[in-house]
Write a protein that binds this ligand. Sequence first.
Ligand code: FCB
Length: 541
Amino acid sequence: MTTPRRFPDDFVWGSATAAYQIEGAADEDGRGPSIWDTFSRTPGKVLNGDTGDVADDHYHRWAEDVQHIRDLGLDAYRLSISWPRVQPGGTGEFNEAGIAFYSRLVDALREAGVKPVVTLYHWDLPQELEDAGGWTNRTTAYAFAEYARRMAEELGARVDTWTTLNEPWCSAYLGYASGVHAPGRTEGEGALRAVHHLNLAHGLAVKAIREVLGDDAKTSVTLNLHVVRPDTDSAEDADAVRKIDALANRAFLGPLLDSAYPDDLLADTAHVTDWSFVEDGDLAITRQPLDVLGVNYYSTARVRHFAGDGAPEQNDGHAESAATPWVGVTDVEFLEQPGPYTAMGWNIEPQGMTDLLLSLHATYPDQPLMVTENGAAFDDVVSPDGAVHDPERVAYLHDHVDAVGTAVDAGADVRGYFAWSLLDNFEWSYGYSKRFGIIRVDYDTLVRTWKDSAHWYRRLATTRTLPGVDEVSPPDGGTTVRHASRPVPHPHEGAGRAGTLSTRGSSSAGQSSGLIIRRSWVQAPPALLARAEARRPSRTR
Ligand code: FCB
C-alpha cells in the first residue's frame, strides 16, 4: 500500500467564485449595470437567454454560504467584488450599501477563520465605462486603480490577498476580439489595446493598494495560462505553438513579470497594430512585485501549422465564433484532442497542471504560485434521496490535486489550491447549463446541497492528505448535506427558451488551459532567464 500524499500544513485550501456568477440582486441597493448585464440581456448572446439577475442569490444568502465554507474546513475563500455594486458608474460616487455588503462578508469569513482572497475584477466592468470605450480606453486603467484604492481603504488588512484581475486573456480576447464574452466586440486591434490597458490597470492597482496598506499588503494577479502542445515535431508546428504562447501567455507574463512585451508578439501582430498605445514608462508600472502569481488551469490545447484554404479548425475550447480570439494569427489550427472530456468538452489532462507549474517555476524560480482555479463541469444527477454522486468530479479533483503535489515535490513553489467552484453558478455564455460547483444549487428553490465532491474536498482540506476517490462519505462530525433556503422563482429554470448560442461540445479543448510550454523553457531555464535579462534594458515600451 502506498502512503497517501500529504501536503504541508501551511498549504492553503480554498474554493472560488465570482460576483456576477453567484450574487444576483442585479438591480438592488444602488448597484449599477455591468457589461455582463447588458450582454446577457441581449438575445442570442447567452445560452437559453440566461442572465445573472438572480444567479445563486448569494447577495441575500451570503451568511449561509459562509457557513458552508466554514463547514468545508477551508482555509481561504476567493471571491470577487462587483465594481458596479460599489461604484455604479466606474468613476465618481461610491455606493455605501455595496461596500457594506463586502465589508460584512469579509468580516463573516474572518470570524469563521477563513482568509478572504479578493479579486477586484472578474469581468463585470461598469457599463458606463464600456460606453466610453471600455478596456480599449486607457482611462479605464486609471479608473480601476482608483476603485482599487478605495477598496483597500475600506476593507484594508481584513483582506488576506488582493488579486487585481481574473484572466485578463478572457477580458481582452473573448470580450473584444471573438465577442463571445461581454462586451461582445470583434476588433482585433481593440483586443490588443485591451491587453495593454489591463496590464497597466494591474500595475496601477497594485501600486495604489500598496500606497494605502503598505508593502505588507499581499497582491496577486490570476492568469489563465495556456498549455499549448505541438501536433508534431516539425518546425512549423513549433512556430504555431510559439505564436499562441505569445498571444496567450507572454502578452501577460512579459509586461507583468519582465517589464517587456515579447519582440515576437510585436512582430506577429505588426499588421494589426504598431502598439503605440504602450506609452513611455508603462512597462515600469505593469511589473510590480507579486506575492503570488495566480494560475487557473482546466485543460490543454494542441495546435499545428495551417496552410490550407478556408477556416482552420478552432477547437480551442471557447464558444464558437465567427471572429477569432487569436488576433493576427491565421495559420494556426487548434485540433480536437483525445478524451476524456468534461461537460464543457474540455479534455482532461492532469499532466498539464504539473507541466504548467513546473514550467512557470523554471522560468520564474523566485515567484510563488497559487492555483486559483481548477475544477470541472459534469452533468450531475440528483439521486432519489437527494444526494449528488459526482464520481467524475471527484476523480478530476483528485487527479489534479495529485498533479499539483507532483509539481511541489519537483520543487515548484505552490502555496495553495482553490477548487472552482464552491457553488454551481452562471457559467458566462453557457448560462446555467454547466455545473462546476462542489455544492449543487437547485435553480428552482436555490437550495444548496453538498455533492460527494464537497465531502471529498472537506476531507482533503481538514486532513491535508489526498483522500482516495471513494472517500466521499461525510466524515465523523461531518456537516449536514443540505441547508434549507427560501424558495424563490428563478427566471432561467424551465423558461423553455431555445438556446441560440452554438457550442462545440466534445470537440473542444481547454477554455482556460495553461502554459506554453516551450520545452526549452523547462529544460534550460538559465538560458531563458539570461535572454529575458538581456531583453530588459533594451525594451522601454
Ligand atoms: C474561468 C473563469 C471562471 C469560470 C471557469 C470555469 O475561465 O475564471 O469564472 O467560468 O473558467
